[in-house]
Write a protein that binds this ligand. Structure first.
Ligand code: XBP
Ligand code: MG
Length: 276
C-alpha cells in the first residue's frame, strides 16, 4: 500500500481549531475597536462560517442586519467598513498566532511526520489571509514542511470554489488522482472534490453536523480512536485511481465504496442576524 504523492491540508478547523476561540474573538475585538456595535456569539458565528473569507463574512452579516432593520444596504459603505474591521482583525489574530496562542489539533503533527517519513509532499490550501495563516502553518508544521501553500490572498474565488486546490496542484505539478485533501467543513470538501481530490474530513465542534456526502473518509479526530496514518491516506488514492479505471472500463469488478454520511448542513441565511 503506497502513501499519496502529496497531501493538501486546510488550515482553519483542520490543522488547528481556530474559529470559536480564535478568529471569532479577534473579529469581536475588531468590531469594538472600530465602534461597530456587533458581537458574534458562539452560535451565530457557527452560522456565519458558511460564508468563507473574513471580509466577506463581515459584509454578509452587516447587510443582513440592515435588511432586518428595514434599511437598504449601502454596499460600498459596508465594503469599506468590512475592509477596515478585517484589517484590524487580521493584525490582532496574527499577534495571537505569533505569541503561540493557537496550537495544532491533536494528532496532526503525528500524521504529517508519518507522511513525510513515507516521502509524501505536504501542501496547504486555505481561504484565510496569509498574514496570520503563514505563521500558523509554520508553527504547526515547522518552517519549510509545507512545500506549497496557497492562501486566500492568492486566489480570486474562495472555497467552495476549487481555485485554491487547482493552484496547489499546478504548483506541485501533480494530477488530482495522486493527491489527498484533508478538510474540516462542507465548503472545504466541496472545493477539494471539485478539484478532483479524494478528501478526508476531520470534523470539529462547528462542522460535525454538516453534510459530508462524497467524503472519502470521515472522522471526528485525527488521533482517535486510532491515529490517522499515511497508509490509510494511500489507500484512498489507490481507491480513487481504481474508481477512475472503473469509469473508463465499466463492467469491471466493483471496488470499495466511499463512506458517505448525510446530516444537517449549516447554511447561513441571515437567521439570528437581527441587530443585537
Ligand atoms: C476559513 C475561512 C476564513 C477564516 C477567517 O475557511 O473562511 O475566512 O474563517 O480568516 P477554510 P480570514 O478553512 O475553508 O479555508 O479572516 O483571514 O478570512
Ligand atoms: Mg476549514
Amino acid at each position: 500500500m503506497s502513501a499519496p504523492a502529496a497531501v493538501v491540508f486546510d488550515v482553519d478547523g483542520t490543522l488547528a481549531d481556530t474559529e470559536r476561540d480564535g478568529h471569532r474573538v479577534a473579529f469581536n475585538r475588531a468590531f469594538a475597536a472600530h465602534g461597530v456595535e456587533v458581537f458574534w456569539d458562539i452560535e451565530h458565528y457557527g452560522h456565519l462560517l458558511a460564508v468563507t473569507g473574513g471580509r466577506r463574512r463581515i459584509v454578509a452579516d452587516l447587510a443582513a442586519r440592515e435588511e432586518c432593520s428595514g434599511e437598504a444596504a449601502d454596499e460600498a459603505a459596508l465594503e469599506e467598513i468590512a475592509a477596515r474591521v478585517h484589517r484590524t482583525k487580521t493584525r490582532l489574530f496574527a499577534d495571537e498566532v505569533r505569541r503561540g496562542a493557537i496550537g495544532a489539533r491533536p494528532g496532526v503533527r503525528g500524521l504529517v511526520a508519518d507522511l513525510v517519513a513515507h516521502g509524501t509532499r505536504i501542501a496547504v490550501a486555505t481561504t484565510g489571509t496569509r498574514a496570520w495563516a503563514e505563521p500558523l502553518v509554520e508553527h504547526v508544521l515547522g518552517v519549510g514542511t509545507a512545500e506549497v501553500a496557497v492562501y486566500g490572498d492568492d486566489v480570486t474565488r474562495l472555497k467552495p470554489d476549487p481555485q485554491a486546490y487547482d493552484l496547489v496542484l499546478a504548483r506541485l505539478g501533480l494530477a488530482p488522482g495522486e493527491v489527498v485533501a484533508v478538510e474540516d467543513s462542507a465548503p472545504g470538501l466541496a472545493a477539494a472534490r471539485a478539484a478532483g481530490l479524494a478528501t478526508v474530513v476531520v470534523t470539529n465542534g462547528y462542522t460535525r453536523e454538516q453534510d459530508f456526502a462524497g467524503a472519502a473518509l470521515l472522522r471526528e479526530e485525527f488521533d482517535r480512536p486510532a491515529p490517522l496514518a499515511a497508509a490509510e491516506l494511500g489507500a484512498l488514492v489507490d481507491r480513487s485511481a481504481a474508481s477512475v479505471a472503473r469509469r473508463r472500463h465499466p463492467g469491471g469488478p466493483a471496488g470499495p465504496c466511499s463512506r458517505e454520511r448525510t446530516g444537517k448542513g449549516v447554511s447561513w441565511s441571515g437567521e439570528g442576524a437581527a441587530p443585537s
